[in-house]
Write a protein that binds this ligand. Structure first.
Ligand code: NAD
Length: 474
């Protein structure tokens, strides 16, 4: 392999950053600083954007069949890096091996395969009454990603952008940038032309902002917090760039009245506890009939002990540490806040000692009211809020009473659950144990975002329409 974590990748070359400083990458389970990447700056971004701009004309006119062929080769190289991807994700994020293998690695291969298949089937032109309409690439796309699904969030942007003929400048999270190096290396080995994909590591306020404001960047595709997304969009709109935003969530799970809630527990706990609750779609608000609250509390307590926390390299553990000291402190402060707001702590505790890793136990608050801050703000940790409701109309009203609208789930008799699903204001709704469809659009209503990723919609996001009026008479 030719990559080196201490370099950035511009115009097909691993090169030094213009800044001689580095960012240490910490293993949140051991607190060891085990790698470092350049703390890039606006000079690096300028070079990367210019390289992407130069490469655009040729790449955008390269036939789709050639682009998909390079993508398939890239995927096969990336598949050969499986052990390394898993090792790096366990170290840089702290997710346990089993979850990392399934979600952070194998699922990402599935996504890439799906994008290629969808690209081959996608209609990129249509005939209207007096015109033909073409889907064309947008240009240079700046991709800015968060740390919680380090490779996944990058795949969701870089793969469809490149397949659709755009060129890319990628800025991964400064906390978890390492697997991007493997992706770039795989692209290089697959023969991606120089300049089509460029990688600049660094901090948001410098590198991210430089992408958002560079005059030659045509689109910014951002995944991260709503706060940063708004700020970044304001900056990008100063030069009217296309914007795509995947932001935060506070997703509800409505349990309709039932004799037996146990079939829904695994879905709930996997969503809110795995990846240590650091998932944008985490079902963090459980809405249960008031009359069944005690029975539900008992059920949750009976099952929560299976979600063991500890060393992510030990297969016995389902949760590793949270990703950083800042995360640890933020989650601890929310658990403290929940107690101050008068919620009842059913299980869990305020974590205090992080001298041997940033571990937080699964925490469940019950008797939560939807106007409490723990029910309104994204905690981004393994903290569940149980909120009682009187009737189904009230459940839907509580579910929708949030600034977010990313994800939701409903458990109950299928027809009733479907009727509720249609009334929830969120981009994705799971009914009972319906599996995720990788070809379906993913994205948020309200302050959870603008635009869609995944499958056909995710490819179209990186295109713009051109109408040609060619029904001429001479
Ligand atoms: P964040 O907003 O702090 O950072 C995201 C990215 O933006 C990072 O690369 C960061 O360096 C960069 N950045 C920070 N400040 C910037 C600025 N001023 N200008 C430009 N770029 C800047 O988010 P995070 O803590 O890395 O990730 C957690 C957040 O991401 C959560 O809110 C979560 O819900 C959200 N998220 C959303 C989705 C989704 O698909 N909707 C998926 C994963 C995570």
């Amino acid at each position: 392999m030719s990559y080196c974590f201490e370099k950035i990748y511009i115009d097909g070359q691993w090169t030094d950053s213009a800044n001689d400083k580095f960012i240490d990458i910490e293993n949140p389970a051991t607190l060891e600083h085990f790698a470092r990447v350049p703390d890039g700056n606006f000079v690096d971004i300028d070079k990367a954007v210019r390289a992407a701009h130069r490469a655009y004309e040729k790449w955008s006119t390269t036939p789709l069949a050639q682009r998909t062929s390079i993508m398939r080769k890239m995927l096969s190289v990336l598949e050969s890096y499986q052990d390394l991807i898993i090792d790096l994700e366990v170290k840089e994020l702290g997710a346990p091996i089993e979850f990392t293998t399934k979600t952070h690695c194998l699922y990402q291969y599935t996504r890439i395969r799906s994008y290629i298949d969808c690209a081959e089937k996608l209609a990129l032109q249509e005939s209207l009454e007096l015109s033909h309409v073409y889907r064309e690439p947008i240009g240079v796309v700046g991709c800015i990603t968060p740390w919680n699904y380090p490779l996944g969030q990058v795949i969701q942007k870089v793969i469809p952008a490149i397949l659709m003929g755009n060129t890319v400048v990628l800025k991964p999270s400064q906390h978890t940038p390492l697997t991007c190096y493997l992706l770039v290396d795989a692209f290089e080995r697959a023969g991606l032309p120089a300049g089509v994909l460029n990688l600049v590591t660094g901090r948001g306020a410098q590198v991210g902002d430089a992408i958002a404001t560079h005059p030659l960047v045509d689109m910014v595709s951002f995944t991260g917090s709503t706060k940063v997304g708004i700020r970044l969009s304001q900056r990008a709109l100063e030069s009217v760039k296309r914007i795509s935003l995947e932001l935060g969530g506070k997703s509800p799970f409505i349990w309709l009245p039932s004799e037996d809630y146990s079939p829904a527990v695994k879905q709930l706990f996997d969503s809110i506890f795995l990846n240590s609750g650091q998932t944008c779609t985490a079902l963090s608000r459980l809405l249960v009939p008031e009359k069944d609250l005690k029975a539900v509390e008992k059920l949750l307590l009976e099952n929560v002990n299976a979600y063991t926390v500890g060393d992510p390299t030990d297969d016995a553990n389902k949760l590793g540490p949270v990703s950083s000291k800042a995360q640890f402190e933020k989650i601890a402060s929310y658990i403290r806040l929940g107690l101050e707001e008068g919620a009842t702590l059913l299980t869990g505790e305020i974590p205090t000692d992080c001298s041997k890793g940033y571990y937080v136990k699964p925490t469940i608050f019950t008797n939560v009211k939807n106007d409490m801050r723990i029910a309104r703000e994204e905690i981004f940790g393994p903290v569940l809020c149980v909120i009682p409701y009187k009737d189904v109309d009230e459940a839907i009203s509580i579910a929708n009473d949030t600034p977010y609208g990313l994800n939701a789930a409903v458990f109950g008799p299928k027809d009733e659950a479907l009727a509720v699903a249609h009334r929830i204001r969120a981009g994705n709704v799971y009914v009972n144990n319906g599996p995720r469809d990788v070809t379906a659009p993913f994205g948020g209503y309200k302050q959870s975002g603008i635009g869609r990723e995944g499958g056909y919609a995710g490819l179209l996001e990186f295109t713009q329409q051109k109408a040609i009026f060619d029904h001429c008479t001479f």
